[in-house]
Design a protein around this ligand. Structure first.
Ligand SMILES: Cc1ncc(COP(=O)(O)O)c(C=O)c1O
Length: 398
């Protein structure tokens, strides 16, 4: 049966990781993999998470199944974190939440629901978007199209072109949006732009599917939820996929959730029952460990305060690095403007250099990033910033 299967070309990021590991030069810098790193280059277990985990394990009396919709207490806590305690959709019982294995699980579950509701629906994603959106959303048979988003000339959002592109879509088209910290570009919508977009989405009857993988790492826990909260309050239907991988550092625990907002409680209940059915057919039950930890962190005041400080520290480190990189690049490459890096948010930026220059960075300076010049800013450290800026200057000089 399987003998005719062809070998799949590995994801380039895996090749990049292997090449980085094999590089023995002590100056090597990994800006490829999309995980947060601290000043020592590590991806630590957050202190609040470590403490909550100890308590979860100490108090756990069974490993029996929880539910296909996951841990209800986690679902409520994450809903409150994303939407805020007093959100209209919560108060009017228009929102339902299903736990999922990470943001990826939530994205796939949302795609399956769209397909079940409307098999011909088209999902429109930004140009560019996170590479894994493509298999996650199209894998269940949905068609994907692109809308303009990133402007390489400014390092910001091509908002006019984006609006013009979306303006042409037929009603019930699905639009995938990044809540904050756009991956891979770091270019986010301003609050005014979210408001303008809302009017367009309302006017055209589009269905937003918001991917929220970085709450807290852009402008702050509240500010990063601005677009999600606005859309969920004002629109009859919204999907939102949430990941706890980055802001709780729970990557391998596969912790996330899918929120769905509907026009009525009845419609919300129906959608919830469909989500449970779909989840049963894919992973049956989501893993509980990470969700139990997140629930504890969010509902115990001291842990929540400690966690919130840790999120602030991660964001502060990223922003600090962004400003330092710009300062050093201005010094070493005065002929080129890299100030957009400080204006962008989250872990990623497109440096805007050619793939030949990316390869020269790797070969000559041991600096690793993907060929499209996406760099994970959190992979930098104060001690190698100068080295990094000099390396960029040298490859730009040819
Ligand atoms: C834009 C975006 N969405 C979703 C995810 C989902 O991550 P996970 O499935 O690990 O929670 C990621 C992770 O890198 C991401 O960058």
């Amino acid at each position: 049966m399987f003998e005719r299967l062809e070998t799949v070309i590995p994801d380039p990021i895996l090749g990049l990781m292997a090449a980085f590991r094999a590089d023995t030069d002590p100056r090597k810098v990994d800006l490829g993999v999309g995980v947060y790193r601290d000043e020592r280059g590590e991806t630590p277990v957050l202190r609040a998470v470590r403490e909550a985990e100890g308590a979860v394990l100490a108090q756990q009396t069974t490993k029996s199944y929880v539910a296909a919709s996951g841990n209800a207490a986690f679902n409520e806590a994450i809903e409150r974190l994303v939407l805020g305690d007093q959100h209209e959709a919560r108060l009017t019982a228009r929102v339902r939440t299903v736990q999922a294995p990470g943001g990826c699980g939530a994205l796939r579950l949302g795609a399956e629901l769209i397909r079940a509701a409307s098999p011909d629906a088209v999902v429109h994603v930004s140009t560019p978007t996170w590479a894994n959106h493509v298999p996650l959303l199209s894998g269940c048979g949905l068609r994907l199209e692109r809308y303009p988003y990133f402007d390489p000339a400014t390092g910001g959002v091509q908002f006019g072109d984006m609006m013009a592109g979306l303006e042409r879509l037929p009603a019930r088209s699905v639009v995938l949006l990044h809540a904050s910290c756009h991956n891979p570009t770091g270019a986010d919508l301003s609050q005014d732009e979210w408001r303008e977009l809302l009017a367009l989405v309302q006017g055209r009857g589009l269905v937003p599917f918001i991917d929220m993988a970085y709450q807290g790492l852009g402008e702050g826990l509240e500010a990063d939820a601005f677009g999600v909260r606005l859309f969920c309050a004002e629109l009859p239907e919204v999907l939102c996929a949430v990941s706890c991988s980055k802001n709780f550092g729970l990557y391998r625990e596969r912790t996330g959730a899918l929120h769905i907002v509907n026009e009525t409680t009845k419609a919300a209940d129906a959608a919830f029952s469909q989500l449970v059915r779909l989840a049963r057919g894919i992973w049956s039950m989501p893993p509980d460990h990470g969700a139990a930890i997140v629930h504890r962190v969010l509902t115990e005041a001291a842990l929540r305060a400690a966690w919130s400080e840790e999120v602030d520290a991660m964001r502060g480190r990223i922003q600090g690095l962004r400003h330092e990189v710009v300062r050093l690049l201005r010094e070493h490459c005065p002929q080129r403007d890299f100030s957009f890096i400080a204006a962008q948010r989250g872990m990623f930026s497109y440096l805007g250099i050619t793939s030949a220059q990316v390869q020269a960075l790797r070969a000559r300076h041991h600096v690793y990033m993907t060929d499209d010049s996406r760099m994970n800013v959190a992979g930098l450290r104060r001690e190698n910033l100068e080295y990094f800026a000099r390396a960029i200057a040298q490859v730009l000089a040819g």
